[in-house]
Design a binder for this molecule. Sequence first.
Ligand code: DMJ
Length: 855
Amino acid sequence: MPLTCRGRVRGQEPSRGDVDDALGKFSLTLIDSLDTLVVLNKTKEFEDAVRKVLRDVNLDNDVVVSVFETNIRVLGGLLGGHSLAIMLKEKGEYMQWYNDELLQMAKQLGYKLLPAFNTTSGLPYPRINLKFGIRKPEARTGTETDTCTACAGTLILEFAALSRFTGATIFEEYARKALDFLWEKRQRSSNLVGVTINIHTGDWVRKDSGVGAGIDSYYEYLLKAYVLLGDDSFLERFNTHYDAIMRYISQPPLLLDVHIHKPMLNARTWMDALLAFFPGLQVLKGDIRPAIETHEMLYQVIKKHNFLPEAFTTDFRVHWAQHPLRPEFAESTYFLYKATGDPYYLEVGKTLIENLNKYARVPCGFAAMKDVRTGSHEDRMDSFFLAEMFKYLYLLFADKEDIIFDIEDYIFTTEAHLLPLWLSTTNQSISKKNITSEYTELDDSNFDWTCPNTQILFPNDPLYAQSIREPLKNVVDKSCPRGIIRVEESFRSGAKPPLRARDFMATNPEHLEILKKMGVSLIHLKDGRVQLVQHAIQAASSIDAEDGLRFMQEMIELSSQQQKEQQLPPRAVQIVSHPFFGRVVLTAGPAQFGLDLSKHKETRGFVASSKPYNGCSELTNPEAVMGKIALIQRGQCMFAEKARNIQNAGAIGGIVIDDNEGSSSDTAPLFQMAGDGKDTDDIKIPMLFLFSKEGSIILDAIREYEEVEVLLSDKAKDRDPEMENEEQSSPENDSQNQSDEQVSSSSQEVDLVDQESSEESSLNSHPESLSPADTDNVASISPSEQTSDPTENHETTNLNGECTDLDNQLQEQSETEEDSNPNVSWGKKVQPIDSILADWNEDIEAFEMMEKDEL
Ligand code: DMJ
């Protein structure tokens, strides 16, 4: 937890749901980063870390963990550590005392995971209790019926390695059985697999199919199992799936989910960040062209937002704004550099590192981005950041002689753990299934550049990769909003176009007739909204069923677009005073009243607690909050009333801190503070909301440093400590002056931010003291919303429907303004190295002190 400088212990922090399934009180980060230490040539540290694991780690905890995560991170981490420990031991200098202890732990863990496979299908349960297994009443698990395809299909490398290292064949057998079952269950006409499957019946539960979340590493492990184990059947399976992926899912440079039964129909209009590993896998496969294309598209999305948002739409808008420092894009960059030798990929790597240092680095590590739009942080640094991101970025820039062993002798697991290729010829007691005859002949024309080739693929054509990237140069910035390409393309020529979602009127009998034909039924909800449900079998024909599906997709998008339009995006509270210097950014909820920070310049000022703390009556300490940003506790009166009271006392802004102890934007949905139902135009100051955990970071800082200055904005600003120091002493930088400046912002700025806010947000609205608004995202619309056109608000389409570069222009304008504004031009100055080091030492000391106080 890099913001609060503590380890996350399961049960001691509020649960974050599924994310916590990776935490088993088994020192996850330590184990997951073992082999990274050796790659980074930190051999001594590796030796110490192994000793710590052997001394401290207990695998027998009464904790329910994810089988998948425990396998790839912990079992994989132990095996990667073992692989490099024996390599070092053989070299004769380090690890001379090592006697396979990590392997013994891995075996112990392997046996703990085996009960998960006790299903008729052989597919593992998704979770297991490390102490009690699955079935025992104390286990608190074993009732699940579904698992994800990647969860069941990402075991073979670790399990086979465990078998081959130890001679205990059972692990490899179980992992193979699960893979065999998934292969049998592939959709036979498309050769695709769905996202989730019933572990008892083998039925597909989610029939959408892509190469990202839920499926990704199943494909990865088929190809890598072939590489590690030399078993042709894995390659045949991989090639069959790959052919289907390239036929249906790949729409260069995009990779879009489709339905397994109707693979010509897109299942979504957005992509998730996990698919960024796919270009790397394509390199391993030897299919370089689409790898270059997809990677380039992803890079442009990153350049727009500094990081790859967790999901983004086909027209490259943010869909899910968080970024937990995932390594997949760095992984693909590494593989593409290895294949092409093109220095462009080193530049890409440099950008990744710069962005990490600039936006994610905090004194206790690197903090995940809560929202790439605001630059706000989340108090988490997942173990894969050290296991994968560090490794791939280091390897990208490392020369052969920088690494103390030959990396070509190993294969990377999905968590980037290293397994030696010599395992392919060791303990081969598992009979290889020779079912090659089952596989269909494939058209191999897609695979012109297929392996084997471990060296640079195009030594005589250094511009090869560039010539593929060139046409895609502006694919993201110049993108027009687009619908679902295949769906649009598949409109039957000459046929009457189906009813469009935006034209639909629930009161029009003709429309209702068309719905019926398409198998869509209409449910009137009590609150006046209508809900649409489609049953394809009720459609008049299969063509009508497809029309219905298309209509439903449009309706879901329209509905979510409308929800977003009614919402405001989150805001950022950045602590800018010593020793934070802008490095800690907290996610804040906006208010529906007061100064809109997205339309005006940010507000900066020192904070002061109001008295009374709830701000519900005239303040008794106006002298303390005058010219400052007042801190007020949530509750007991309306938000607007608090705002008026602090404004009357002379505050230049307000931060409402949740009174619900322990609440955090990690675990609760952010919301916007609603007005009081009356005219709130009299409130001129900006107001933001912080959950209790984020609020206490400011309150603790006041206790420690007394003077704490913050910046309230719609997006965190870069920081430059030296500039920061100058600003603090500069008279022009008076908070009140700045507050005056806020009033005179240009209308173009307003446009920019309006577009941003209408395009990307996910907030609910709370009037004070009301329960959270319903966040359901069903295809429900209120009758009054039914005719709005989702394209009306789109920023990159002008009235003639042509693409404009408005986004770029506006971005430039906003950057120019930043240049002229001393408050936001941090990061542009060159700081002498001595001064940087001095700052850092100061920071470290300060944070060590804070750590003691458990900030
Ligand atoms: C890693 O734990 C693994 O790469 C996994 O296969 C999916 N992605 C996460 C990191 O994003």
